[in-house]
Design a binder for this molecule. Structure first.
Ligand SMILES: [Zn+2]
Length: 446
């Protein structure tokens, strides 16, 4: 559903003070722009904070302004880099000073609108720099400056969802819907939150409402079809409640197998909650699918054993009883689910997959020779990501410093964002120093 975010970004509102052309958007909004031009399927216009592009299909019509603005042809402008962080910071500072000095209400609002644009762009740059907390801070400021800034609001919502702050995302959406009750993108975001909370019926209602307002919202139609299928199979007297899980079925059901899986889930929950020192309060959604259904709804190939995307997804096509392999898959995906909660969505992929494999349990010995060779020629790292390196590094942290420290690392990551800072606080050593000790342990031990 990332596509919504990208699209959302296109509609950044601008309030150019000079009289100029008006872009009337299909969603009912209008943008007065000093300069615009078209290149392929995108209409670009200038704001104080930088150049913005929106899909041409979003624009209903363009009303020429009265002023003698030079009309811009459809010929594309040379690509110009978006404003740098420094430029944005400078712009923000200037606007903040202006705002402090301005006493006239209408002018203050205009400055605040420009500030909101700049904060939003600055947040995106922070997000690109992997500084989600900073990004969040800028987006909150953008909304404080201009609560009706739908783009800032949507960016904030998706950011909150990414870091696992579903509750906060929900209140940001609710706030937005009181300001602009019929914004299709806000309704779609609300649907996404409901879906993640396993409220399929409510999610569907939101997605349908969004679609009725803006049928062109990308990805929405397919999303609704998939959810309708999911809700059908769930309503089909097949949803089973258990202590720590809400289990539903996608496709064929084998009741005996389902009961066995449920028992294994409970066993694994008790064990892994203790291993990870985290006892999730809310029931974890689990979807049991036949292999074909799993492939269709997750776009994954037969090599994927399971998946955690807010729900634990277990493909069981062709399986008639719970075997050791399936137990490992259950433990692996459940580790992701618990870790997601414990780490507030801030645990990096190498640590997620490293711990999930460690607790399957899977032994890193299998790949040791290969990793040792990599370590020996100095090219062993956890980036780019690979499963064997993630497991090996996490196993090293565990063997050398123990489980408790490993869990502190997760706690630190949940609180502070910077990975290296979390390493320093947990181990008294930087991440690079820990990686170095891992490489040494592989080459030194024979
Ligand atoms: Zn995994």
């Amino acid at each position: 559903l990332q596509r919504f975010v990208v699209l959302a970004g296109f509609a950044l509102a601008s309030f150019a003070p000079s009289l100029a052309d008006t872009l009337e958007l299909k969603n009912g909004r209008a943008l007065t722009v000093a300069r615009w031009w078209r290149s392929n399927d995108t209409i670009y216009y200038e704001t104080d904070a930088g150049r913005i592009g929106i899909p041409a299909t979003d624009v209903a019509r363009i009303v020429p302004g009265e002023a003698a603005t030079p009309r811009i042809s459809s010929h594309p402008e040379p690509a110009e880099p978006s404003p740098s962080r420094e430029q944005l910071d400078q712009r923000i500072e200037q606007l903040e000073v202006l705002l402090r000095r301005e006493a006239i209400d209408s002018r203050r609002q205009e400055i605040q609108a420009r500030l909101a644009d700049s904060y939003t762009l600055r947040a995106r740059s922070a997000k690109q720099q992997r500084q989600p907390e900073l990004a969040r801070d800028y987006l909150e400021r953008a909304l404080a400056a201009k609560p009706q800034h739908v783009v800032a609001r949507l960016d904030l919502i998706w950011l909150l969802l990414e870091v696992g702050r579903t509750d906060r995302a929900q209140s940001v959406i609710a706030e937005g819907l009181t300001l602009t009750p019929s914004d299709a993108r806000l309704l779609a975001a609300s649907g996404e939150v409901r879906y993640r909370q396993n409220q399929i019926g409510e999610a569907l209602a939101d997605f349908r409402a969004a679609q009725s307002i803006d049928p062109t919202l990308p990805g929405l139609a397919e999303r609704i079809v998939r959810l309708e299928r999911e809700s059908q199979s769930e309503a089909d007297d097949s949803r089973r409640e258990s202590q720590h899980f809400v289990v539903s079925f996608d496709g064929e059901r084998d009741r005996v197998l389902a009961r066995e899986i449920q028992d294994q889930l409970e066993v694994a929950w008790t064990d892994l909650a203790r291993e990870l020192d985290c006892w999730p309060q809310r029931a974890i959604p689990v979807v049991i699918s036949s292999r074909e259904e799993f492939g269709a709804s997750t776009s994954s190939g037969p090599e994927v054993a399971g998946l955690f995307d807010g729900k634990i997804r277990l493909p069981v096509g062709g399986v008639t009883r719970v075997d050791q392999r399936l137990i490992q898959v259950i433990r692996h995906e459940l580790t992701h689910a618990i870790l997601h909660e414990k780490g507030a969505g801030r645990v990096p992929r190498w640590l997620h997959e490293g711990l999930a494999q460690l607790l399957e349990p899977r032994d890193a010995a299998r790949d040791r020779e290969r990793l040792r060779a990599l370590a020996a020629n100095g090219s062993l790292s956890i980036s780019p990501f690979s499963y064997p390196t993630a497991l090996s590094f996490v196993q090293h942290l565990e063997t050398q410093y123990g489980r408790a420290r490993l869990l502190w690392l997760v706690d630190r990551l949940a609180e502070v964002t910077a990975e290296n800072e979390a390493f320093l606080q947990t181990y008294g050593l930087s991440q690079e120093e820990m990686l170095e000790s891992w490489r040494r342990s592989l080459t030194e031990r024979s």
